[in-house]
Design a protein around this ligand. Structure first.
Ligand SMILES: O=C(O)CCC(=O)C(=O)O
Ligand SMILES: [Fe+2]
Length: 266
């Protein structure tokens, strides 16, 4: 469908700052409309966690019911708790299966993850007309155990570096997470599992968004090759440090490829 042949509003605002509004956009009735203040008549806000909580769900679902009848509109408030818990569950289960694959008792990693650290980063990449000259995210590897990334929209952007220095774009699959091994897992496995550099490019026209959830061991866990995974005669590839020192390494290094792992090398 073709759009109406009118001048672009964005271009017009950019040119005049909105100082001149063409007559076709003027709406005299707006001045006469009553707009009440956002006080008593505020739209209901439903707390999603309460809605799912066994003890609080009754009250909150009653409010939801009322909102649907009275307003037909409501806002749902949700901390990222539900999301974080869901992705943590995925990470924990993957780590159990990875442990089995490595011939490792699952408790070895699980014990290091009692009171695991988790952080979530929302990435937003605005479009850029000169997308081929810039990067949305510099090449880096993640400093955690496992990262679980949700591509919020279908726009491609994440690229993974292969051994021949080529970059492979990751095709977003609807409903799928992208999971990557982080530096800590590479260190735990003495290099068997690979924490690989990746980067994000941007689109020329469309904004892209992703949510990355980073799963790390407890702050009290030591970070170093797991003795169970260093075979007799095998060389230990990395230092063993406490988690706090590891994080200090991380925050003192700039986002630069795999420099953190280089610094952990023996
Ligand atoms: O935007 C992406 O797909 C990846 C983001 C990422 O690598 C990160 O947040 O560490
Ligand atoms: Fe990353």
């Amino acid at each position: 469908m073709e759009s109406l042949p009118v001048p672009s509003v964005q271009a017009m605002v950019a040119a005049t700052g909105g100082a001149h509004v063409p007559a076709r956009y003027l709406r005299p009735e707006v001045a006469a409309d009553a707009v009440v203040s956002n006080g008593e008549a505020a739209m209901p806000i439903i707390d999603f966690e309460k809605l799912l909580h066994p003890d609080e769900s009754r009250g909150e679902s009653a409010r939801l019911h009322e909102a649907c009848q009275e307003w037909g509109f409501f806002q749902v408030w949700s901390t990222l708790d539900a999301y974080s818990a869901a992705v943590k569950n995925v990470a924990d289960r993957l780590l159990v299966i990875m442990s089995k694959n490595l011939g490792l008792q699952p408790e070895v990693i699980a014990n290091k993850c009692v009171d695991a650290l988790q952080s979530v980063r929302m990435n937003c990449y605005p479009p850029c007309a000169q997308a081929d000259k810039i990067l949305g995210f510099s090449p880096h590897s993640d400093a955690d155990l496992l990262t679980i990334v949700l591509q919020v929209n279908e726009i491609q952007g994440l690229q993974v570096k292969r051994d021949d220095d080529t970059w492979v774009p990751v095709q977003p699959l609807e409903g799928a997470f992208i999971v990557n091994v982080g530096d800590v897992l590479q260190i735990f496995t003495n290099g068997r599992y690979r924490s690989v550099e990746h980067r994000a490019v941007v689109d020329t026209e469309r904004e892209r968004m992703s949510i990355a959830a980073f799963h790390s061991p407890s702050i009290h866990a030591t970070i170093g090759p797991l003795s169970e995974l260093v075979a007799d005669q095998e060389m230990t590839m990395y230092k063993t440090v406490d988690h706090e020192s590891f994080l200090r390494f991380l925050f003192s290094a700039k986002l630069d490829g795999k420099s953190l792992l280089q610094r952990m090398k023996l």
